[in-house]
Every structure is written in C-alpha cells, then in structure tokens.
Design a protein around this ligand. Sequence first.
Ligand SMILES: *Cc1c(COP(=O)(O)O)cnc(C)c1O
Length: 406
Amino acid sequence: MSLDSLNIVPPNLMSLDDILPQEPLLMMGAGPVPIPARVARANSLVVNHLGGAMAKVIEQVKVMAQYVFQTRSPWVMGVAGPGSAAMEMAAANLIEPGDKVLSISNGFFSNRMALMAERVGADLIELDIEVKSAADPSLVRAAIERHNPKVLTMVHGETSNTVCNIHLKEIASIAKEYGCLVIVDAVCTLSTMPLKMDEWQIDAVITGGQKGLSSIPGVSLLAFSEAAWQRIQERETQVVQWCLDAKLATNFWHNDGYHYTAPVSGIMALHEALKLVCEETLEARFNRHLRCSKALQEGIQSMGLALFVPEASRLNSVIGICIPEGLTATDICHHISHKYRVEIAGSFGQPVVRIGQMGEQCREHNLFRALHAFGSSMRDLGVKVDLPTGMAQLEVYLQKKHQFVL
Ligand SMILES: *Cc1c(COP(=O)(O)O)cnc(C)c1O
C-alpha cells in the first residue's frame, strides 16, 4: 500500500478560540454550573491513577463524600460518567432480573430511573405523580402494600420541572417498614438542600459533578448503605455491566487497586469541590442556597412573572418560570444568551424556562446579573415586566435577616 492511497487528508478547522465566545457566558441554566478556580486548576492535572498521591486523594474524597451524603457507610464510590451513570450503577447493582421495583415518577429524570430499572430486568411498577406535585406518602404506602417491591426509586429534586419531593424522608421510612431498599437521585439537591442518608434510611444516593457540587461533568459519586451492600453481596446473578459493577469498583475505591483507569483529573476536581463544601459547611451552604433562591424567586415574581410550581412542592435548586404567552423557551434562551451573555435553560416537556440555583450560581452578583438579563430579555421580547421593582425586591430580600428552619 502506498501513501498515496491515504486520500483522507487532515481537516483544517477552527481553533477553540474561534469557537468559544471571547467573553464567557454566565451559566445560569440547569447544569453544568460555573466552577471555582480551584476546581478548574485541579481538573488540569493528570497523575498516576495507582500511585500514592492518588490513593491519598481517593481516601479524602471518600471521607468528604461521607460528610456530604451524611453517612457513615464506607461504601462510597465514584464512577467515570455522568449522573446518569451513577443512577445506572445503583440500579444495576441493587436490582436483579425479575425483582419488583416501584419507581416514583415525577417527570423526566425520575422516569429515566424507571427505564434503567426495566433494562436490568426489573418487574417494574411505575407510580406517576401529578405534575407540579410532590409524591404523596399515602399513595406510596398503598403502592408498596399492593406490590411488595424489593426496591423503590425516586428523585429528590426533579430538575426537569422544578418539583421537590418534600416527603422523601417519610417515604423512605415507609419503604423500610416493608424491607424495601430506597434509591434516591440527588443529582441537583446534594449539597444544596438537606438530605441525610443515614438518618433518613436511604440505601443508595447518587449525584453528578456538574450541579450542586459545582465540579465538572463526567465524574459522579454514589453511596450505598450497609443494607444495600448486603443485598449486593447476596446477588444470585452477576452485574451485567462490567464497568458499573460496584464490587469491582471497590478494587479502586477501597483497595488501592485497578478496576479501570480512573478519571484522575475529574477526581482531582471533585476533591477540590468537596473540600470547598467542607470548608463552607453544609449548614451554611444550605442557607446560602435557600436565601439566594428565595430572593431570586421574589425578584421574578415582583417583576410580574409567575413561577411554575406552587410554593409547597417547589424546588429551590432550579427555578421554573412560566413562559409568557406568545413566546417559546427557545426565543427567550436565545435572546438572553446573545444579548446579555447569560445562559438559562428551557425544559423537558413543560412550558417553562429554568434558572439554576446550584453551587456557584448562588452568589449574589450572579443573581443580580441573571435577573437583570432575564427581565431585560422579557422587555425586549415585548412582555410587560416591572424590571426596577424586580431588581429592588431582590435586594430587599437579600438585606432582610432570615432564620430558615432546615
Ligand atoms: C441532571 C440530572 C440527571 C442527569 O445527570 P447527567 O449528568 O446529565 O447524566 C439526573 N437526575 C437529575 C435530578 C438531574 O438533575
């Protein structure tokens, strides 16, 4: 074969500098969220994944993750992959073919968990919850009594439509009465609002990097309870997905050995993100999130716009705003990003646009810029809004002393 036969020539394309905007956009959508400089620096490192430095980092990541998950369980581990990979890892390890699984479905992400359960062979029962509502514990109890599931899956905060399952603790406790394991998707809520894995008797909690933790996308964390670990030990069938096998993952996460080459840079980033959570403390972080989110909600409503979900079941980690008549989410997102350099998100299936309140998004300077950009975009697009009042109410809320009961 001569070199002439290599007729596919190297492409001459744009450089990254040509592709990326000169002034970065402020990411106020539903994730990824802005990352602190310390996280970005850590993410540029590559070290030997089996060396002494990595072992120390892994040890610290686990200890910090136990704090963030509020668990004493040693079965904390990471996975190379998105939040969805962590969801899939929980499902693949805790469900065996033929197991009855009750999936509480509040929307797009909790439904994804049901799809994953089905793929690993679950005998699936889906409990569909009315839009804008949190799952009602009495309905869940009735479903558990009727079907006697081995595993229950649910989402803490349904990012897609901004509903919060405020009865999570009560539902987990009901499931435990019936010996049912509970898997919780906390991708957008971990470190943004209270979630106590041990105290609330949750058997698997999963999260991604790019939301509440303000780390990078693509490296995720999960924790199994002792009861969940017991179930994994007693499995009769092998976990089909080799990469997601939790027992194999302990080679790396608990025994300084090799499973697959770990995403070292992403784990370094996660280490820094977790360190920042520990330095801030969970309590202060929850307060910051609640205060900032409520202030932004106040600003949006004072401007004359409506929020999608009633306050009782409203998620604070991501704010869903009803789209005024005549506009689409695409119109709004396009305008705000082009004219004001702020990115917000549309939605999966609901007539809302969403502004994120996770991690670094919850900083006062970001609130003012995002609200101003959003109100101005509305005005530009012909919606009657009272922008000065909205901005003023944001400041008024932030100046008040708030005592939140978390
Ligand atoms: C974003 C999100 C996911 C999916 O995370 P990926 O990293 O995109 O896979 C799952 N659940 C919830 C609640 C989310 O907000």
